[in-house]
Design a protein around this ligand. Structure first.
Ligand code: ADP
Ligand code: MG
Length: 705
């Protein structure tokens, strides 16, 4: 055990020695240090937190007779026979027998001559690996092994062997040694521990030092099942601190952003004018959320607000009103959407609402090029464009705003956090940053929202506009497709419109487009009296737009589409939707798609066609869709079925960068994380900084590089 050190307050916010460079370990020269640094391993502490990805149990010997295929085990015996040969590739086979009078074959494809020469008949060998059936009984391919001398006691270890994630250029044995050496210098909890010692939520969990040692060097009698599942108290202790570190990191980022100034926007005249023009009154939920937004905008501090609202809840008009607050103050607003189709629709809405008020709305997407682009850029830079709508093209370099006061981002989970920030950083004059409004139609369960959006305030539009009729959802096997065609014929004869959504899993845009094309041909032939439109991702923007417009205007009655129509598309007269191969889609996507109908006053239905047989998960998804239309219920179910990584779009949120925490598995600790986070930020900001530095510091150092 490491000697106790004097508890002097650590300088860099780390335990003494924690920040020591790896070159302080024996034998670590610049070459190895560089390889380790490439994986973010620079200090002793980085090695302490480099956790095993698995374990090997070498604390016991298994009689050869008891070996099971597929079950890793350690055996000890004597070499009975050796075969060296060359059949297509070099081959070394060593037959090892033990007192259980059974034989297992150790098999090597890569070996050095000296290595092969070690295996002489009669030599004692201890080997570890996973047996599998071979030509002559069980064999272990490339076992790890040691040759034991005649008088070797060959004492067995009393701890499991950790297996670490590979680091390129550093052999696994070397890495293991380095981590072990770093752990030998692990200080005591008087120095290491950052969490409040008497916190009741920590009851039953070990201190940090013990937790680290248990996870790196589990004792022989450890609950291995728990350890493998990641639920051992030692792991929970570490996961708690890691979750806390990420949470604090987001909240600190938020605080630092809020230390910037923003334009205070309070002029409501344009908003009042818009209200008078709207053909509807806002719902109570829209009013409440807009009031929250307005209160944020009125302050000279950047707003950071997420507006959650189910599909069709009417987020766009709230965004438009917020944009008008910026315009009324003589400044600019930008609205960014993840797809061109959705951005185009926002453009159409905003133009219809804002241009009658004399507000200029500009369009900036990737496909705007040449002179048109130059003109738009000049309008944006000189402030003639008061509201700018577009795709991520808005964030590109070369796009300079005259005075951007509000950045609105729709369907946020498709953008990365960094993209979100890039737009905000295009803020106005004099070091001001833009207010930020993020809109998402993917309801996120509360606990997850806390973890994923700790840097945002959250508002919810939890009510749909009146006059919407609930959507009836039917689940049908694909064999009943012909009946459906008749149903579409009947619906369209009554003046209704329908979507037919084609899906193909995991294929390129091109293959999906071909499938949609084929479906379009088939349906056009089956329904000669109908005008059938087609929209897919491979069409030019103008073609897509034309196809959408024709459908919206009623010129086409049936629209065959790929999932490009998923987000935001709004055609109130469409009241029937067929989704082919619905079993292949996730709940969130099905919910989004279904939200395209039920937008008008006609009773709507959604038919989920599936290809039998259904997997259990697929059946549950379809049943959930049939049973509920509530986005929050669906999100909870989605969480249950899929886990949060996928739900949040792991890559985008950066939540995947956990070392061992798992939002789903450890969800029960999130309230405690929140509470500890509040307390540390309020009472002990320096400790909060140390927690962040310990767990997220490396990632942050890299992100900023
Ligand atoms: P989403 O929240 O899915 O983005 P939209 O903003 O596209 O929803 O709104 C869906 C439809 O509802 C649009 O046609 C919009 O004009 C309409 N809408 C919005 N608010 C109301 C309201 N309060 N009453 C009636 N219709 C509304
Ligand atoms: Mg929308």
């Amino acid at each position: 055990m490491a000697a106790r050190r004097s508890p002097a307050p650590p300088a860099a916010g780390l335990a003494p020695g924690a920040a020591a460079p790896l070159s302080s370990l024996p034998g670590v020269g610049p070459r190895i240090a560089e390889k380790l640094a490439a994986r973010g391993l620079q200090t002793l502490q980085d090695l302490w937190l480099q956790l095993p990805r698995g374990y090997e149990d070498r604390t016991a010997l298994t009689p050869v007779r008891n070996l099971q295929p597929g079950v890793p085990a350690q055996v000890e015996g004597r070499v009975e026979a050796v075969e060296r040969g060359f059949r297509y590739r070099p081959l070394l086979r060593v037959a090892l027998g033990d007192a259980s009078r059974a034989t297992v074959v150790l098999r090597f494809f890569h070996f050095r001559a000296a290595q092969a020469a070690q295996f002489q008949p009669g030599v004692r060998v201890r080997a570890y690996g996973t047996p599998r059936p071979g030509q002559r009984g069980l064999e272990i391919v490339h076992p790890s092994y040691t040759i034991l001398g005649e008088d070797d006691e060959g004492a067995l270890g009393d701890r499991l062997d950790p297996v670490y994630p590979a680091v390129e250029g550093v052999g696994p044995a070397r890495l293991k040694t380095l981590i072990a050496q770093a752990l030998d210098r692990l200080p005591g909890d008087d120095i290491l521990e950052l969490l409040p010692p008497r916190e009741p939520g920590l009851r039953g969990l070990p201190g940090l030092r013990e937790a680290l040692l248990t996870v790196h060097r589990p004792p022989r009698d450890v609950d291995l099942a728990a350890l493998r599942a990641g639920t051992h108290p030692a792991q929970r202790r570490l996961a708690l601190e890691e979750l806390l570190a990420h949470h604090l990191s987001m909240r600190r980022q938020r605080m630092s952003r809020q230390s910037h100034a923003a334009a205070a926007l309070a002029d409501q005249r344009l908003v009042q004018q818009l209200r008078k023009q709207l053909p509807f009154a806002l719902t109570a939920a829209q009013e409440r959320v807009f009031a929250e937004v307005r209160a944020d905008l009125a302050r000279p501090v950047p707003m950071l607000r997420l507006v959650q609202g189910d599909v069709g809840s009417g987020k766009t008009v709230v965004a438009a009103m917020a944009a008008l607050m910026a315009v009324a103050d003589g400044r600019q607003a930008a609205l960014m959407a993840p797809t061109e189709l959705l951005a185009e629709q926002h453009l159409a809405n905003l133009r219809a609402w804002l241009e009658p008020l004399g507000v200029g709305v500009a369009w900036l997407a990737g496909r705007v090029t040449g002179r048109a682009r130059g003109r738009t850029l000049a309008d944006v830079a000189e402030g003639r464009a008061q509201v700018v709508v577009g795709t991520h093209a808005l964030m590109q370099e070369g796009v300079a705003f005259h005075d951007l006061a509000l950045a609105i981002v729709d369907e946020q989970h498709r953008f990365g956090v960094h993209q979100r920030l890039a737009l905000r950083d295009k803020g106005g004059e004099g070091g001001r940053v833009a207010h930020q409004l993020v809109m998402t139609a993917t309801p996120i369960p509360r606990t997850l929202a806390m973890a994923a959006y700790a840097d945002l305030d959250v508002s919810a539009i939890d009510e749909l506009p009146p006059g919407r009729t609930p959507i009836t959802t039917v689940v049908l096997a694909a064999g009943r497709r012909p009946e459906l065609v008749e149903r579409i014929r009947a619906a369209c004869a009554e003046g209704r419109q329908a979507y037919w959504v084609c899906t193909i899993i995991d294929e390129s845009d091109e293959v999906v487009a071909q499938a949609a094309q084929a479906t379009w041909e088939g349906l056009s032939a089956a329904l000669p009296e109908l005008r059938v439109g087609l929209v897919h991702g491979r069409m030019k923007a103008a073609e897509k737009q034309a196809a959408m417009r024709a459908f919206k205007d009623g010129a086409t009655q049936l629209l065959v589409a790929t999932t490009v129509i998923e987000v935001g598309v709004d055609v109130p007269n469409a009241s029937l939707m067929v989704i082919e191969n619905a079993e292949r889609l996730g709940l969130a996507q099905l919910h989004q798609l279904r939200g395209r109908v039920g937008r008008g006053s006609a009773a709507s239905s959604c038919v989920l066609l599936y290809q039998p047989p259904l997997s259990r998960m697929a059946r549950e998804r379809l049943e959930t869709m049939r049973e509920t239309g509530d986005g929050f219920v669906i999100a909870e179910k989605d969480l249950e079925l899929r886990g949060p990584g996928e739900l949040l779009g792991t890559r985008q949120t950066g939540l995947a960068s956990f070392r061992l925490a798992d939002l789903e598995r450890d969800a029960d600790m999130l309230p405690l994380v929140q509470e500890l986070g509040d307390r540390l930020l309020r009472d002990e900001p320096a400790v909060a900084a140390r927690v962040v530095e310990r767990w997220v510091g490396v990632a942050a150092r890299y992100a900023s590089a």
